[in-house]
Ligand binder design. Sequence first.
Ligand code: HEC
Length: 198
Amino acid sequence: MKLRMHKIPVVIFAAAVVASTSCNFDKSTPGFEYMPDMYRGPAIEAYQPDGGALKPVQGSIPRGHDLYAFEDSPEGYDAAQAALKIPAQFHLDGLSEEKKEKVMAESKELYNIFCTHCHGEKGDGQGILVKNEKILGVPSYASAARPDINEGTIYHVIHYGKGIMGSHASQMTQEERWKVTNYVLKLRKDLDGSAAAE
Ligand code: HEC
């Protein structure tokens, strides 16, 4: 008991030290921080040590990216020619006449925006840029001129471009490309028809 009584002044002294040092009378600082990491978040490095941005997770696909199975190479072209068909949802067969006309009108509009200046309205390779000799070597879509092109190669060429024809992949959606492919096939048929009539 004697011993405990002895300790009372020590406890009072300790409490006084804590009380007098724990308060901060400088109003311009926050004083003691009990959990500093709640005041200051750890700085997460968004950039790698080599200075580049962090890479997306392996296998991620950009939003809106369309997977296209064929490579930009002569082998890819041949493969598209052999295997790439108009997907069922873009087929014209089976549509009502009215619907077919509407889709064809939209397809023609797209073709006139993206292709006519080189390939010509009829697809005979006589666009305004060819007539003005700004661009050479634009083929006609007619079978006699290009027996080898088909729905697969047309789509492939719109996707990647060919020679001085640039890729249209960034300007046209998949649906728009299939519409234009349909329209090129129609022009080809018309060209073949008028050649046969002559
Ligand atoms: C800047 C002019 C230009 C534009 C625009 C253009 N083309 Fe071409 N296109 C060419 C030229 C030149 C070639 C010949 C390329 C070659 O064989 O080197 C060609 C080739 C083609 C071919 C034949 C490819 C083959 O298999 O050899 C197709 C089909 C075709 N274009 C479709 C289109 C369509 C559809 C559009 C519109 C979406 C389009 N082109 C827009 C210039 C153009």
